[in-house]
Design a protein around this ligand. Structure first.
Ligand code: COA
Length: 532
């Protein structure tokens, strides 16, 4: 074993101040998460319960195996928008009858569970996860359909939701719809396209048009039950495969459906794993509040991987990027972690080589971000930094092993891409509250804008207002800072969630387990042309 040593001094003032800063950010994060948990607020939750109905998260809790965790995804979706935090939908991975499933549940306490543009993004992301990892899907449906005032944003792209359900089915990935309430118009295609459906007596309402619409269209008088009740669909239309007498019964039946799927993962569970040698709690004191100060990512790796056992690859070459092999909850992983922040030519080439090795051996990759991007300047341009960065991006883009990304600190510029940022399709991407991501740092961005504005004024022969420039710089800096924060980025679905650093090993372990539902296979050739 090659156990990583630690140089972290938990009695040092730096550790204490890093920890205090992280604690403050975690408290802020909890406040935002609480907004998602509150759903539509007390009034609507009380009304929902008053109707004898369970809230979305309680439905999920009953659906998953007792005492098993639920990895909720994108809980901050829609943060910073006009819509409620959480986007009126709960998504995540949970274990049902021993089967890891992708579970979604509408939150009917938020505007009747109607889907706004962020709900759509979140639902489509959930489908993407189900596809890539071959996870059976269970949808707990109760929704007012499209959020009507924002229909122009969702009606046309929203068709993808129904398309995905049947494409999942075509790929032999099971889909189950449990209808707890309203599922009308387009929403009727959720049960309509699913492999298995459960409907609840006097609760499910599944019709293309409700009674008022039918009256308008054809003049026919009708009622909810005869148009789309569970009894009718179970006995007459045949849309309901299973008739449940209440919500608990529906959940029980959904569990039985999953139990009978004959579902087998591509890779077996590796069994119990040795915990890290060092306390995960110490992850709170590693990242400095000021991201300009470097930190040693080996301190993080030592608190994430099994037995803190890590075999470095090329440790003496391109030292600003740590690469090496380890196991996480028993699963083999190749890790790429930024050390000094900047990526030079050596680091880029080393990364490209390492990624190819992982593909040859079918080993998933974990990217731990703390980068300000690729090095700029005459010496580096002449040394071929563009070519070498391109090699790394080529390797990441065409790699076929599953990737996991964790934004610990900075994730700026093309460094975000090279380290498998969102656009490079990592299977999962999580951010720590300490992370920041943008095209560049706020000060640098404001400075560049100011230099450009000054040069533009000079070219036109106009005087430059230095006072206005200082004001503008401060304003831009503030705006970019706010837009670089993880809560803001999570609101836009640019990650799968902002997590407590102490939960990283557990979260990654759950992701790796879910990932191994599908065959893990690296690229067999198929990289782009490496410019040498
Ligand atoms: N778009 C936008 N807002 C919607 C909505 C939708 N599709 N459906 C419901 N809402 C809003 C309501 O206006 C109400 O807002 P308010 O509290 O500010 O008054 C809130 O969500 C709760 O709706 P309410 O009707 O009081 O809840 P409910 O639980 O009694 O009924 C529905 C829920 C979904 C059955 C009912 O609202 C409904 O039929 N909505 C329209 C369904 C529809 O035809 N959708 C089009 C499908 S494409």
């Amino acid at each position: 074993m090659t156990v990583l040593p630690t140089a972290l001094d938990t009695n040092s003032p730096e550790y204490a101040s890093n920890r205090a800063a992280m604690a403050e950010k975690l408290a802020e994060l909890e406040t935002e998460h609480a907004k998602a948990l509150a759903g539509g607020g007390e009034k609507y939750v009380a009304r929902h319960r008053g109707r004898g109905k369970l809230p979305a998260r309680e439905r999920i809790e009953l659906l998953v195996d007792p005492d098993t965790p639920f990895l909720e995804l994108s809980p901050l979706a829609a943060w910073g928008s006009d819509y409620a935090v959480g986007a009126s939908l709960v998504t995540g991975i949970g274990v049902i009858e021993g089967v890891e499933c992708l579970i979604t549940a509408n939150d009917p306490t938020v505007r009747g569970g109607a889907s706004n543009p962020w709900t759509l993004k979140k639902a489509l992301r959930a489908n993407e996860i189900a596809f890539a990892n071959r996870l059976p899907c269970v949808s707990l449906v109760e929704s007012g359909g499209a959020d009507l005032p924002s229909q122009k944003e969702i009606f046309i792209p929203g068709g993808a939701l129904f398309r995905d359900i049947t494409r999942l089915s075509a790929a032999q990935i099971p889909t189950v719809a449990v209808v707890f309430g309203n599922s009308t118009a387009g929403g009727a295609y959720v049960p309509g396209m699913s492999d298995h459906t459960v409907m609840i007596k006097e609760q499910s309402k599944v019709f293309l048009g409700g009674p008022p619409l039918v009256k308008m269209a054809t003049g026919e008088e009708s009622d909810d039950e005869s148009l789309g009740g569970a009894e009718m669909h179970a006995r007459t239309s045949g849309l309901a495969d299973h008739f449940a007498v209440d919500e608990h019964d529906a959940i029980r039946q959904a569990r039985r459906i999953v139990a009978r799927l004959n579902w087998r993962k591509a890779h077996p569970d590796p069994g119990p794993a040795e915990p890290p040698k060092y306390d995960e709690d110490e992850l709170l004191g590693i990242v400095p509040d000021d991201l300009k100060a470097p930190f040693d990512p080996r301190e993080v790796i030592a608190r994430l991987v099994d037995g803190s056992d890590f075999d470095a690859f090329k440790p003496l070459y391109g030292t600003s990027l740590v690469t090496g092999w380890a196991r996480l909850h028993g699963y083999p992983v190749g890790i790429l972690a930024n050390a000094q922040g900047v990526l030079f030519s050596e680091e880029s080439q080393k990364a490209a080589q390492f990624i190819q090795l992982a593909n040859q051996r079918d080993i998933p990759l974990l990217f731990l971000h703390n980068t300000t991007g690729y090095m700029v300047g005459k010496e580096y341009e002449q040394g071929g930094i563009i070519k070498h960065g391109a090699m790394m991006i080529n390797a990441v883009a065409n790699s076929r092993v599953p990737h996991l990304s964790v934004l610990m600190g900075a994730s700026y510029g093309a460094g975000h891409y090279g380290m498998c940022g969102r656009a490079y399709d990592p299977r999962f991407l999580f951010a720590w509250p300490s992370s920041k991501s943008a095209v560049m740092g706020p000060q640098q961005l404001a400075g560049v804008l100011s230099i450009v504005a000054r040069a533009s004024a000079a070219a036109k022969g106009q005087p430059y207002d230095d006072e206005a420039d200082a004001g503008l710089r401060a304003m831009v800096e503030q705006q970019i800072e706010a837009e670089s924060l993880p809560v803001f980025l999570s609101g836009r679905l640019y990650d799968d969630g902002v997590i407590d650093p102490r939960d990283t090993r557990t979260v990654l372990g759950m992701c790796l387990s879910a990932i191994h539902t599908a065959p893990v296979e690296g690229a067999r050739g198929g990289f782009g042309v490496f410019r040498m």
